[in-house]
Design a protein around this ligand. Structure first.
Ligand code: FES
Length: 137
């Protein structure tokens, strides 16, 4: 594939709001979906979870990403990636979330594993409708 064709193809994915993590080197490690906040809801296509149990939701109106994770029972959790200690953006790990500023760690459900943070992370109600996942902000 020519470089120009590759860039066209990958930019097409960016324009639809979908970045696939298999294109390492030019995209983040996690799958990122660029969504919109309408009527206090973010609608996410369920098929994004065909290859992964974690998708980062990025919305212009929100300062922080949301980690949308599919749980083993096929329910979903939506956690705002904002540290509850001093509002630093969090990093996602396979076991939860970490804060690079003072070292707090959180479970995949957003509960504090290690301080200095004392409060759980902000989580949102998630519902499913047909082939869509709705995050209620
Ligand atoms: S801001 Fe995250 S641990 Fe302090």
């Amino acid at each position: 594939m020519l470089r120009r064709d590759f860039i066209k193809a990958t930019c097409g994915l960016c324009a639809t709001g979908l970045l696939i993590n298999s294109l390492s080197g030019c995209v983040p490690a996690e799958q990122v979906f660029k969504g919109e906040l309408n009527d206090r809801k973010i609608v996410v296509p369920e098929n994004l979870f065909a290859k992964s149990t974690l998708v980062l939701i990025r919305v212009k109106k929100l300062q922080y990403d949301i980690a949308l994770r599919q749980m083993p029972d096929n329910s979903y959790t939506a956690i705002l990636l904002r540290c509850s200690h001093f509002a630093n953006a969090l990093d996602v790990t396979s076991k939860g979330f970490t804060c690079s500023l003072h070292g707090s760690t959180f479970t995949t459900e957003g509960h504090v594993k290690k301080g200095p943070a004392e409060k759980s992370l902000t989580s949102y109600i998630v519902t499913q409708e047909e082939n869509k996942i709705l995050i209620h902000i």
